[in-house]
Design a protein around this ligand. Structure first.
Ligand code: SAM
Length: 314
């Protein structure tokens, strides 16, 4: 909040028209109004959040300048007035996972000129990990009360999880996976990072996180070495782990959005070994089956059940 407030105070000018994309409580929109914006459009898809946020804006004496548009951003066809600044906190643990690039692009396409933007740039970082607790959970999950659950555990091993990653888990220095400007650049389709020299031990997963340039000199980041935020990091598990090889370690990631929900498909190549993970399938390692639209909701339910079972076991 402090970083956003500082960035908003540096970006918003008196009289500006601002849009807060995915406004939730409207807190960023209210900060913009306090920074001098004449009108703020808070766009939010959740009706209950809109009701609540409207009350909060009134309670703070900002009801006349903060307006609410109850809509999915994808469904907006116009803003009530040309917008000077776009503000949004729609970053998931790995930055791209709440669709910030898609949301900014959609809004930019509705406006006559490119607005100033908070954040102005988003970077995604990656690092290979040793994650003994994840391995332990997975190993324990293969046997439940004397029952063989290894088939389930094998499938769950492919599901990305948001977990706390510490600097001690990193097996190689973080590498940039992506850098782009929301509203200017398209959402990336394929990302790649190479570690040469390769990681120093068995790789149990790869962590992804972001750093966002909110304004000149104001960066918000959720890396393992950054000050704590409410975000943890996205872990793409590699279970069982990949043993060290002399060759470069290559990570490829395809961040996909199916029905506005993130799907992470990834591939690790290390020497002669190749590991492919895709949360859309709970089948055997190596499967990278493409989602069929007709069965995507079924997959989503299976992935969600996987999360519950994993939490229960742990
Ligand atoms: C991480 S929250 C941030 C909320 C706000 N900045 C706050 O601190 O209260 C993201 C919000 O964006 C909304 N949202 C996400 N995708 C959206 C979309 N495509 N259209 C409209 N709202 C969206 C969600 O419902 C959620 O309230």
């Amino acid at each position: 909040m402090k970083a956003y407030r500082a960035a908003i105070e540096r970006t918003v000018r008196p009289g500006d028209v601002v849009a807060d994309l995915g406004s939730g409580t409207g807190v960023l929109g209210m900060m913009c109004a306090r920074a001098g914006a004449a009108r703020v459009f808070c766009v939010e898809r959740d009706a209950h959040m809109v009701d609540l946020a409207r009350k909060l804006a009134c309670a703070n004496g900002l009801g006349d300048r903060v307006e609410f548009l109850h809509s999915r951003i994808e469904d907006l066809t116009a803003f009530p007035a040309p917008v000077d600044v776009l503000v949004s906190e729609t970053m998931g643990a790995a930055g791209l996972d709440e669709g910030i690039f898609q949301l900014f692009s959609r809004c930019a396409s509705l406006l006559p000129r490119l607005p100033r933007r908070v954040p102005g740039r988003l970077r995604v970082w990656a690092a290979p990990l040793a994650f003994p607790e994840l391995v332990l959970r997975w190993t324990l999950g293969a046997r439940v009360e004397g029952l063989d659950f290894s088939t389930l555990a094998a499938g769950l091993g492919h599901i990305p999880q948001v977990l706390p990653v510490t600097p001690a888990m990193l097996l190689a220095p973080p590498r940039p996976l992506f850098s782009g400007e929301p509203g200017v650049d398209a959402a990336p389709e394929r990302l790649e990072a190479v570690w040469d020299p390769p990681p120093s031990g068995v790789v149990d997963g790869v962590a992804l996180w972001f750093s966002a340039d909110l304004a000149d000199g104001i960066t918000l980041a959720n890396g393992p070495r950054d000050p704590d935020t409410h975000w943890n990091q996205l872990v793409l598990p590699v279970l069982p782990g990949l043993a060290p090889a002399a060759a470069p370690f290559v990570l490829e990631v395809w961040p996909r959005f199916v029905a506005a929900a993130p799907r992470w498909k990834w591939r690790l190549t290390w020497g002669g070994l190749c590991y492919e993970g895709d949360p859309a399938t709970l089948d055997a390692a190596g499967s990278v089956a493409e989602l069929q639209p007709s069965v995507s909701s079924m997959y989503r339910i299976r992935v969600q059940c996987g999360h519950w079972i994993m939490s229960f076991i742990s």
